[in-house]
Design a protein around this ligand. Structure first.
Ligand SMILES: *[C@@H]1O[C@H](CO)[C@@H](O)[C@H](O)[C@H]1NC(C)=O
Ligand SMILES: *[C@@H]1O[C@H](CO)[C@@H](O)[C@H](O)[C@H]1NC(C)=O
Ligand SMILES: *[C@@H]1O[C@H](CO)[C@@H](O)[C@H](O)[C@H]1NC(C)=O
Ligand SMILES: *[C@@H]1O[C@H](CO)[C@@H](O)[C@H](O)[C@H]1NC(C)=O
Ligand SMILES: *[C@@H]1O[C@H](CO)[C@@H](O)[C@H](O)[C@H]1NC(C)=O
Ligand SMILES: *[C@@H]1O[C@H](CO)[C@@H](O)[C@H](O)[C@H]1NC(C)=O
Ligand SMILES: *[C@@H]1O[C@H](CO)[C@@H](O)[C@H](O)[C@H]1NC(C)=O
Ligand SMILES: *[C@@H]1O[C@H](CO)[C@@H](O)[C@H](O)[C@H]1NC(C)=O
Ligand SMILES: *[C@@H]1O[C@H](CO)[C@@H](O)[C@H](O)[C@H]1NC(C)=O
Ligand SMILES: *[C@@H]1O[C@H](CO)[C@@H](O)[C@H](O)[C@H]1NC(C)=O
Length: 817
């Protein structure tokens, strides 16, 4: 030791490195240790086992990851609950006992140990090409004889070939648990697991509450799965006395896929590796929409995402409490129009296209046919419904539901048939109509229903509360004391920050009032929106609503920093966006050169994600109603941020009792059904998004657009599409640099968004999906034109005081009645 020489040290180090870095895929009796700093690499080079520190954490974990395509997380973690606080970790395969253990601190502490299924001699620990770490007998490669495998203990990621579900023989429950956060792989509150009901199904749990049911397997697919998504995965469901599990495979060898549970956005996310971009892209996510929230519509209610409000009662049922349904609180569910007692004469109503109800209380016989199934259900008073367990061919198998039917969802063009028990008298009333499908997707909304629901809907702006009833009162979410975190700015502070609202500080004029730039004393730049005084809203109501809006946080939404309420003044304080708004770029002859296609594409995707968040992911369901280029602000890095969301709610001047309903929105972006009938929905926002997309691609305003005989940008785009000349639409400024296939895809998506019939338009979640991967798109149908004809002009009374800086009129429609 006294002859210490740096050269020798380096030499030793090199030798050491050479021995280990020449990557091997296994530990054997000759070399049964894996120390921090070293790794195993699968023989195809796809996977690596080693020590890592997640995110900002300095703790060390043993895990497996994709070697050359680092994903959002490591695909497997051994010691997720027991981090090692330094680099002393060492994985040891004990030759004498066969144990596999992870030690820390000079091999004194066992941090993690594998639960072995059988004792092996001559052990080998090998990282397989599929990402499975297996402990096996040196000579025995039979998977059935593994002593232990990481695939049996998933963390948050399901790789192709892994199983989600039970090994009943060895009592192993293979489930996914999301990481607590990106810095901490210990289990968070979100898990996905197989429930061993009579009729098994996989369920996502949020803590101890059921969150999303994937629905039981119906022999072809899970019952919640919509059709029309190009399948990248082949699902397989196995249920026998040894095992109950799902598994997937990827038929196309050029696709690399993983399924990851993510705590932070409460989604199961499926990622697809994009070889061209060299990054993971979101392919799809679960739950698919808010209708997937467990038991949203209560017993005997079902959820139809395409209409507002989305909860409905099954036919023959009515809301248990009409008041709470009117208030937008559906969890009470529905009850029978006519009481049904045991011994009554009963029959069955056939309902179609449903995600089958919760299978907690079911009874199954896989060899019965439908008629036997019906007889079985008739013979048991607690049986409320039956269905086939296997829908392929003419259908087979029998499932009975005992007790209330919970968590039904309409799956247009998919789902399956459910036979619900009814008093015979109710069936007679339905007559032969019972055989037809009240639940088919042709849900038509009558004008009366619209007007009736509009008052309410406008009041809530599609406000949707998934939380328990207790948080809802009088149609407003109660604001708890600790929720009042929104800073209230003092008027004098705002005055000095904006130089007394000096004209030099004025940034522009939005639909709801002028906007000023300001600088706080701490140097932070802010934008102050001074709301016009006309809105007759009470202060408390205003404050409550602003607090709700402030809770909406997404990186594609402008952040609300606070508000100022003093006397007549109501102001909103936002983060300042140095790059102004999108219209400033795309419609300007010189500025448009600064936005190349890749930036525009990023903006397109960002807006879609922001809008999706408003529609679906935020706790409130906000319909923007005024999406347009000037409402998309750009930050320092040209990231898009949607502004003015939720303002229609606070400032739209909506009357409470549904007497006069003002339609806020901007001419040229409005969906026809909204402009004409005041019907707004997530689909009218999708329409506006479609227009915005066309503007971003073409650099032309949807209004004040004149090209030959085409009235507006939609007509122009539609004509070119039909002629097969869509490329002509592309803005000259990006024509050189753009990826034509991507642009054409975006044009296709935009035309899908502006289709005449709202039901045909995609939801924003579909839009995000279509943007995110190469699934094939459908052909758009006839778009909804917003044509300036007499009939419409008469309805529209444009109010001058609301005109915006860009001369787009924010118009006000009278109640269509
Ligand atoms: C790491 O953990 C060990 C025991 O688990 C403890 O003795 C040691 O002080 C810790 N070291 C640091 C740097 O926290
Ligand atoms: C293997 O386990 C035995 C018994 O627990 C122990 O005595 C021995 O030191 C272990 N060997 C190694 C290499 O850790
Ligand atoms: C190691 O193996 C022995 C014998 O198989 C067993 O009794 C012991 O519990 C194991 N130790 C650990 C830490 O798993
Ligand atoms: C599994 O291992 C057992 C004993 O270790 C052996 O008898 C059996 O043949 C093995 N099974 C297969 C399928 O190789
Ligand atoms: C969850 O998703 C978010 C957003 O996509 C990402 O930032 C985060 O790292 C993910 N969490 C984990 C644990 O991977
Ligand atoms: C998990 O849920 C509990 C209670 O529901 C909550 O206090 C905790 O913050 C949640 N943890 C995470 C990581 O969300
Ligand atoms: C597999 O995927 C690649 C890339 O998406 C695609 O080009 C190819 O056509 C696919 N092959 C098959 C057989 O579907
Ligand atoms: C399932 O149904 C078949 C056909 O009706 C019948 O033979 C069998 O006994 C039933 N099994 C059970 C457990 O009821
Ligand atoms: C109805 O069926 C359920 C499930 O098989 C059973 O628990 C219950 O006892 C049955 N009730 C009657 C009255 O047969
Ligand atoms: C479902 O039915 C089809 C056709 O009758 C049959 O081929 C298939 O094996 C059945 N599936 C199951 C899981 O029983």
């Amino acid at each position: 030791m006294d002859s210490f020489s740096p050269a020798l040290l380096v030499f030793n180090l090199l030798l050491y490195l050479l021995t280990y870095v020449a990557a091997t895929d296994s530990l054997t009796a000759q070399d049964p240790y894996l120390r921090d700093g070293f790794s195993l690499v699968s023989s195809n080079g796809n996977f690596e086992l080693g020590f890592f520190s997640p995110g900002l954490s300095r703790d060390r974990y043993l895990g497996i990851w994709f070697k050359n395509r680092r994903g959002p997380t490591s695909v497997w973690v051994a010691n997720r609950n027991t981090p090692i606080n330094d680099s002393s970790g060492v994985l040891v395969m004990n030759i004498t006992t066969g144990n596999l253990s992870l030690y820390s601190h000079d091999s004194t502490t066992i941090v993690w140990t594998a639960r072995l299924l059988r004792k092996i001699s001559n052990g080998v620990l090998q990282l397989l090409d599929i990402g499975n770490l297996v402990l096996r007998d040196g000579k025995d490669e039979n998977p059935l004889n593994y002593s232990w495998q990481s695939f049996d203990y998933p963390t948050d990621t399901l790789l192709p070939g892994m199983k989600l579900g039970w090994d009943l023989r060895n009592n192993i429950n293979r489930r996914l648990d999301a990481w607590k956060n990106p810095n901490d792989p210990s289990p968070g509150n979100l898990s996905w697991r197989m429930e061993l009901h009579e009729y098994p199904e996989s369920v996502m749990w949020k803590g101890s509450q059921e969150y999303f049911r994937h629905g039981p397997w119906n022999g072809v697919r899970v019952s919640s799965r919509p059709l029309g998504i190009a399948p990248i995965l082949n699902f397989n469901f196995v249920s026998n006395e040894d095992e109950v599990y799902y598994q997937y495979s990827v038929p196309n060898k050029s696709h690399t896929v993983m399924v990851v549970m993510n705590q932070s956005n409460y989604l199961r996310i499926m990622y697809l590796w994009s070889p061209t971009e060299r990054q993971w892209r979101l392919y799809t996510s679960l739950p698919r929409d808010f209708c997937d929230n467990y038991a949203l519509c209560g017993p005997y209610g079902y959820c139809d995402i395409r209409v507002t409000p989305s909860c409905k009662c099954l036919e023959g049922f009515k809301p248990r409490s009409a008041d709470s349904w009117t208030a937008g609180e559906f969890a009470d569910g529905c009850e029978r129009n006519k009481l049904m007692n045991c011994g009554d004469e009963v029959g069955f109503a056939q309902l179609n296209q449903l995600k089958l109800p919760d299978t907690k209380r079911t009874w199954v016989n896989k060899s019965m046919n439908l008629e036997e199934c019906k007889q079985k259900c008739l013979s048991n008073c607690s049986c409320m419904a039956y269905a086939n367990t296997n829908i392929s061919g003419s259908g087979s198998g029998c499932a009975l539901w005992i007790g209330d039917l919970i968590d039904l969802k309409l799956i247009p063009d998919a789902g399956q048939d459910l036979y619900v028990k009814m008093p015979a008298s109710e069936l007679v009333k339905r007559g032969e109509a019972q055989k037809t499908d009240r639940l088919k997707p042709k849900v038509k909304i009558s004008l009366a229903a619209i007007v009736a629901s509009l008052g309410l809907a406008v009041l809530f702006i599609g406000l949707y509360i998934f939380k328990k009833r207790s948080t809802v009162k009088d149609g407003h979410e109660k604001i708890e004391a600790q929720d009042l975190e929104l800073p209230l700015f003092d008027l004098s502070l705002i005055n000095s920050a904006t130089n007394n609202f000096s004209i030099d500080n004025k940034l522009g004029e939005g639909g709801f009032g002028p906007v000023y730039k300001g600088k706080l004393t701490n140097g932070q730049d802010i934008a102050v929106k001074r709301l016009s005084r006309s809105s007759g809203q009470g202060m408390n109501e205003f404050k409550n609503e602003v607090i709700l809006i402030a809770k909406l946080q997404h990186r594609n939404l402008v952040k609300l920093l606070g508000c100022c309420i003093q006397g007549e003044e109501k102001m909103l304080v936002y983060e300042y966006m140095p790059n102004k708004s999108l219209d400033f770029f795309i419609f300007d002859r010189t500025q448009r050169q600064l936005l190349d296609w890749s930036q525009r594409y990023r903006i397109i995707c960002g807006i879609a994600r922001g809008l999706l968040y408003l529609h679906q992911d935020s706790r409130l369901r906000i319909i923007h109603r005024d999406l347009k280029a000037s409402n998309v602000l750009l930050d320092m890095d040209m990231n898009p941020k949607i502004s003015d969301f939720g303002l229609a709610k606070t400032c739209g001047g909506d009357q409470t009792e549904g007497q006069t309903i003002k339609v806020v929105g901007t001419y040229g972006y409005m969906a026809p059904e909204y402009a004409f009938d005041g019907r707004f929905s997530v689909k009218s926002d999708a329409f506006s998004y479609g227009i915005l997309l066309l503007e971003i691609i073409s650099g032309k305003r949807s209004r004040s657009f004149c090209h030959l005989n085409d009235q507006n940008v939609i007509a122009y785009a539609w004509r070119l599409w039909k002629e097969g000349n869509s490329e002509e639409l592309i803005d000259d400024a990006i024509r050189e640099t753009c990826i034509i296939s991507e642009v054409l895809r975006c044009i296709n998506i935009s035309l899908l968004c502006v289709q005449q019939n709202p039901d045909d338009r995609p939801t924003m979640s579909s839009v995000v999906m279509m943007l995110g991967c190469e699934i094939s798109l459908s052909q758009p149908k006839q778009p909804g034109f917003f044509i300036e004809n007499e009939a419409i002009s008469r309805k529209i009374s444009s109010s001058k005081d609301k005109s915006s800086s860009t001369n787009e009129l924010t118009i006000t429609l009278p109640d269509p009645r």
